[in-house]
Design a binder for this molecule. Structure first.
Ligand SMILES: *Cc1c(COP(=O)(O)O)cnc(C)c1O
Length: 466
């Protein structure tokens, strides 16, 4: 499989290079040159397969040329063996039409584990082949940091430096990062906000010398391998609910558009997806883009769903490219315009290309609370705030009752205990496997939020190239 950039002027690359590169050299995102197509019989043959076997079948075409099926199976077995549920991503029924797909049974209780556990395995495999080394640098306001650290802790070819704003992530989130003891993991609490931490990371990547000396890499959701790993659970869930004979709809709590784009990929591969509902909180740029064609950036409003408090969705570019007719140079122009004016109109082709499959909804705090109560009262299910936004959008969509609607549950409710308690009156306990989180010893550096302080800290501890 070869991959091309959404902006039309970077070289096409194979899966191994795309995984290690992240962003394309022309500033675009990598996407397969064509979608592998599954026949009804191939989808039917997924019935009864384990998560790992489903993953091997669904991902094999994407990694062809870089990994054999046997290698892929080995990496998936290692990645998903760390999940605490035998089904890896189990389905739970809420009523006659609505279902939850629980994506939070990984080591850090967030759906990001599904992709990052595999990415950690892929990095290690590819770096060993090349005898190369990576330095991952990131800023986190919560979930991505802990999932990334867990995925690469103890790996010989990788060091990870994770910046978080001091005092501004929850206790659970901080401890999930700072209690990981491995010689290649460095947590840094920055005196400043999340935006300050992110600006520092950007500045390190923009310093060409520093960036190439330490082979800096990011683990954000623009990495194709992360998206690919997420395609699997759409197949896995839909097959259990009757695909390929029956259509299934999905509602996805959305931030950077990675998770829901994976659903689009599944549909392009032949999975009978009736609808993909993009659920946003009041930071609704995607809802405006999909319903009115207006992709214009507003101010970020902080909410109880921090992983969706986003005003630019990096993976949306992939949809604009594919649904809009795959014209990379035209899209590069359009994106440059957006980067200058922070606003753009979708073209008619982009709107029509998306309209077949996508619906969207903007859910405010009341809508979120009502969905949480509905799931708790009707099915005894405690939802985290992000999943509740997804469920509220799923119910609002009022689809034909013959179509099962699956809401993606993206975080364990215990990660957002205060918000859940406010809505339902119940404080969800931490699951037993992370129950000793508050007994473990923390370790992290506290640094001023300056470029010099942070680069000096990294340079002293990271492994230079060659
Ligand atoms: C990251 C995240 C999301 C958003 O996913 P995207 O792929 O960025 O759209 C939703 N919910 C939770 C809990 C997350 O951590």
């Amino acid at each position: 499989m070869q991959y091309q950039s959404t902006r039309g002027s970077a070289p096409t690359l194979g899966f191994e290079d795309v995984t290690l590169a992240g962003l394309a050299s022309d500033g675009g995102l990598y996407i397969p040159e064509s979608w592998p197509a599954f026949t009804s019989d191939q989808i039917l043959a997924l019935a009864g397969l384990s998560y790992v076997e489903t993953a091997v079948r669904v991902m094999a075409p994407f990694v062809a040329g870089s990994l054999s099926e046997e290698e892929l199976r080995e990496l998936c077995t290692a990645a998903y063996g760390r999940f605490s549920h035998g089904a890896v991503t189990p389905l739970v029924q809420l009523d006659h039409q609505h279902w939850l797909l629980e994506l939070f049974h990984g080591p850090t209780l967030a759906f990001k584990d599904v992709a990052l556990q595999l990415l950690g395995q892929l990095f290690e495999r590819f770096l060993s082949r090349r005898d190369d080394h990576l330095t991952i640098v990131g800023a986190t306001s919560g979930d991505t940091g802990s999932a990334a650290i867990d995925a690469v802790a103890g790996r010989a070819k990788i060091d990870i430096f994770m910046l978080h704003p001091e005092g501004r992530v929850s206790d659970v989130q901080r401890r999930q990062m700072t209690t990981v003891r491995a010689p290649n993991v460095y947590n840094i609490a920055i005196d400043g906000s999340f935006d300050d931490a992110q600006a520092l990371v950007k500045a390190m990547f923009n310093d060409a010398d520093f960036s190439s000396r330490f082979n800096l890499s990011a683990v954000n959701s623009i990495n194709w391998a992360r998206l690919m790993a997420q395609v699997v659970y759409y197949f896995y869930a839909a097959v259990r609910l009757g695909a390929p004979e029956r259509q299934v709809a999905f509602s996805v709590p959305t931030g950077n558009f990675g998770d829901v784009f994976a659903g689009y990929v599944a549909a392009r591969m032949g999975l009978p997806v009736a609808k993909l509902i993009v659920a946003t909180n009041v930071n609704d740029i995607l809802h405006r883009a999909l319903s009115e064609g207006d992709y214009s950036q507003g101010q970020v409003v902080p909410t109880a769903t921090p992983s969706m408090d986003i005003q630019v969705s990096s993976n949306f570019e992939r949809l604009l490219f594919d649904a809009g007719g795959r014209n990379g140079l035209a899209l590069a122009d359009q994106m440059r315009g957006f980067e200058t004016s922070r606003a753009m109109r979708l073209t008619n082709a982009q709107r029509e290309g998306a309209a077949h499959l996508f619906g969207s909804a903007r859910i405010d705090a009341d809508g979120m609370t009502m969905a949480m109560r509905w799931a708790y009262d009707g099915a005894g299910q405690i939802l985290d705030p992000h999943s509740a936004i997804g469920l509220a959008a799923a119910r609002e969509a009022a689809l034909d009752p013959s179509i099962p609607v699956v809401t993606l549950a993206t975080a364990h409710p215990a990660k957002f205990r205060d918000a859940v308690e406010r809505a339902t009156g119940t404080r969800p306990p931490l699951p037993a496997r992370v129950g000793d989180l508050f007994a473990r010893e923390e370790s992290y550096a506290k640094l001023p939020g300056t470029f010099d302080a942070v680069t000096a800290y990294v340079a002293e501890r990271a492994t230079p190239r060659g």
